[in-house]
Design a protein around this ligand. Structure first.
Ligand code: BGC
Length: 757
């Protein structure tokens, strides 16, 4: 069946370069909160504050008794009376990771009726991908390449979290992550700064909503400022040693996008950048953030990172650490209590100017004002709203939609997927087939694990009671179980087709979960080898919070699909895709290497002097034991149909400053099923002052194609899209030739050449 070719216009869903920039910069219904630099009411308040009260406004603490496991224990739990007294005396600006709307309300009442200056508290939490309704892990959701979806899940998250008495989320995490050994890859948008920027802005918009003062809006916190994703060797909390050009070209863009979208807070990272710890880094926190970018929000330290200036060897003692953090521009201390302890004396001794403290206090009060807390300290503190909002049906439906759109089909030989709903006996095998514990993923501080839909539950709901299916654990995630492999092999032999569900536990990716090997844990690899040896057709579903290095029977399986950590509706969403009610449409936001030893492996690496361009690998950049390529490239992802791309064409050979070139390619669904294609635009600057990446992503378009249908997909490319950070740290495009690809991944497509004159 052939349908007429269609050309997508600029309004089509989504994103050419210009449209993406507009999304980042903000338009339409999303109003960026406007902050006056000096507000008379705030100035009056500051004049009345004691140094102790100022230190209090610059200190935030975890609410005692909650969520202890997600951070190291730092102090003994205070009693309720002690906490109230702390509030009464103005020793804290707010609390985090509490989640108890009733208690928050009680504390707020103490703050605004019993403290001397009646300054309202702010309540914060790590709400990273949902609260009771869990959406896919941020990295999973990034696979949708769909900023509007990310905005919607962040919006729904804000609605639910604010009903728990929260005003502020420590999200989005916008760290670009190029090394898959780093456990926190899972919390961000992957390895690409352009995609990361798009999704950072979308998430900020979602959290903050149309009006930051609204009951259901959350203040966003773009974290961790900056370059945490660049830790050496992917080792958690490690050193970051990068030149400023890389900082600006790779790690900073998502922050800039988040602030352009209105984020009014950021968190200073644990790491150093070229020897200067981020929390004491005046160039970062004041020079770039405030002076260059005009950021008017607040900086909060990451959990005690101001105290860690001592261990870094950057501060001599606690008082020195407080001085250096405040001087650098870190306004709020998280958890250490060191600002309370040392700030007043630092000012009294004359070492720290009170004006520095006042400016930090001003920023905090300004943010509280932007949240509407002075007018309405009880905003988001209505205990009745919680019951109406939690796990609302439309939120669960969104969680399922997002989960479906987050799966990435890596391989599907012989069209093994989708599976038929009837007529075949299917054996589901693996540690996660009936497991709720690992469904949601890291950073679910208030996880509703009991209501997470397992694969078994999803499959049974999809196929009904008469289904011919079995579910066999086969192994624990990291250890064999007695008789496990034998039972799995028996189940496989007895079936027509096998679905293996393998991968990481929630604890294996996330904070403090860096791994020296990103291969499948040995016990599960052995399970896969034994099951594959039965010769039954085998599809492998992967559970993971990072790219994995797949080997043996898993890599050789005819069908392979990333299912990451998909959240509350995990099992239902997987069943939707597995049985073909929906086709997979996700794309890899991280490159899958062949082996862990290739890490850091990222598609947008620089050109070397000896690139591996053909099969002859000797004396070429790479390793002797594996080719210098990924197992699956960034941007890769299949649907259930077949797609072909025509060549990339440019409507002009030359691009003039101020003008644009239209590049296009014909994309055809040559298969028999409907298809959702994520068309990608990549560029490469052929000769530059600083060698440029072999490719960088500069545009995406989502295109729905019926069987037989062709679309001509166009992008308008302007000089600004070709810019890079120069040695003098300015961003601009230089005259010269550029390659442009319209392609289904970072490792495919034919290029057009354009000259910028
Ligand atoms: C993490 C932050 C988090 C903070 C508060 C730290 O360990 O790095 O991302 O927001 O804890 O829980």
């Amino acid at each position: 069946m052939h349908q007429p070719a269609k050309t997508l216009d600029r309004r089509s869903f989504l994103m050419g370069t210009a449209a993406s920039a507009a999304f980042v910069a903000g338009s339409g219904a999303w109003a960026r909160p406007k902050l006056a630099l000096r507000d008379p009411a705030i100035e009056r308040l500051i004049r009345r504050m004691t140094l102790e009260e100022k230190a209090g406004q610059l200190s935030i603490f975890r609410i005692p008794g909650f969520a202890r496991s997600i951070n190291p224990v730092t102090r003994n739990d205070a009693s309720v009376d002690e906490v109230k007294q702390q509030v009464r005396e103005g020793r804290t600006t707010g609390f985090f990771n509490g989640f108890n709307v009733g208690f928050n309300r009680v504390l707020q009442e103490v703050a605004v009726t019993q403290s001397r200056l009646r300054i309202p508290l702010i309540f914060a939490a790590d709400v990273i991908h949902g609260l009771r309704t869990a959406y896919p892990l941020p990295l999973a959701e990034a696979s949708s390449f769909d900023p509007e979806l990310c905005r919607r899940t962040a919006r729904a998250t804000a609605e639910e979290a604010s009903a728990f008495g929260l005003h502020w989320t420590f999200a989005p995490m916008v760290d670009v992550a190029r090394d898959q050994r780093w456990g926190r890859v899972s919390e961000g948008a992957g390895e690409d700064p352009w995609l990361g920027s798009l999704l950072a802005a979308a998430r900020v918009r979602g959290f903050q909503g149309e009006d930051l003062r609204a009951d259901d809006s959350l203040l966003a916190c773009a974290k961790h400022f900056a370059a945490y994703g660049g830790v050496e060797g992917g080792m958690e909390y490690n050193t970051v040693d990068i030149p400023e050009t890389t900082l600006r070209q790779t790690y900073l863009p998502p922050f800039e996008a988040a602030f352009a979208a209105g984020a009014l807070s950021t968190m200073s990272a644990f790491n150093d950048v070229a020897g200067v710890p981020a929390t004491g880094n005046r160039k970062l926190l004041t020079g770039i953030l405030r002076e260059e970018w005009g950021f008017r929000g607040l900086v909060v330290s990451d959990f005690e990172s101001e105290k860690e200036l001592i261990a870094h060897g950057f501060a001599s003692d606690e008082a020195d650490a407080v001085f250096k953090a405040l001087w650098a521009g870190c306004d709020v201390s998280m958890e250490s209590g060191l600002y309370n302890e040392h700030l007043p004396q630092l000012v009294r001794s004359g070492r720290l100017k009170e004006a520095v403290v006042d400016e930090a206090v001003r920023r905090v009060l300004r943010v509280k004002q932007a949240l509407g807390l002075f007018e309405n300290p009880y905003r988001s503190l209505d205990p009745d709203r919680q019951a109406r909002v939690v796990r609302r049906p439309d939120m669960l439906a969104l969680a399922r939609e997002a989960a479906r759109k987050s799966m990435v089909l890596l391989k599907n030989e012989g069209g093994l997927l989708p599976l038929p709903k009837t007529g075949k006996k299917i054996a589901f095998i693996g540690p996660y087939v009936s497991d709720k514990l690992n469904a949601l993923g890291t950073w679910m501080v208030l996880a509703d694990t009991a209501n997470a839909v397992t694969l078994e539950e999803g499959v049974r709901a999809a196929l009904g009671p008469a289904a011919s299916v079995t579910f066999t654990k086969g192994s624990d995630p990291n250890a064999a179980i007695p008789g496990g492999i034998a039972a799995a092999v028996a189940a496989a032999r007895d079936a027509d087709v096998v679905v293996l569900y393998l991968g990481e536990t929630i604890g294996q990716s996330g904070e403090a979960a860096s791994r020296t090997s990103i291969a499948m844990p040995e016990a599960q690899q052995q399970l896969a080898e034994a099951v594959a040896a039965t010769g039954k057709p085998m599809a492998v579903l992967l559970k993971h919070g990072r790219a994995l290095a797949l080997e043996g029977a898993i890599m050789a399986a005819p069908a392979l699909m990333c299912t990451w950590f998909l959240g509350s509706e995990s099992g239902n969403a997987i069943a939707d895709v597995l049985f073909g009610d929906y086709a997979p449409q996700g794309r890899l936001p991280v490159s899958f290497p062949l082996r862990t030893g290739q890490e850091p492996y990222y598609y947008n690496h620089r050109s070397t002097g000896r690139p591996q361009t053909d099969a002859n690998r000797s004396f070429k950049a790479g390793y002797a034991d594996v080719p210098n390529r990924p197992a699956f490239p960034f941007g890769h992802g299949l649907g259930y149909s077949e797609i072909t791309y025509g060549p990339t064409q440019a409507d002009q050979a030359q691009l003039r400053p101020g003008g644009s070139v239209r590049v296009s390619a014909r994309v055809t669904n040559t298969g028999a099923r409907p298809h959702h294609e994520v068309v990608q635009l990549y560029i490469h600057d052929e000769v530059a002052e600083i060698t440029q990446p072999v490719r960088v992503l500069r545009g995406i378009r989502h295109v729905a194609l019926a069987p037989g249908e062709t679309a001509t997909v166009e992008f308008a490319v302007r000089a600004a899209d070709l810019a890079f950070v120069h040695a003098d740290n300015t961003t601009r495009a230089d005259p010269g030739t550029f390659k442009l690809w319209i392609a289904p991944s970072a490792a495919s497509g034919t290029a057009a050449r354009v000259e910028l004159v």
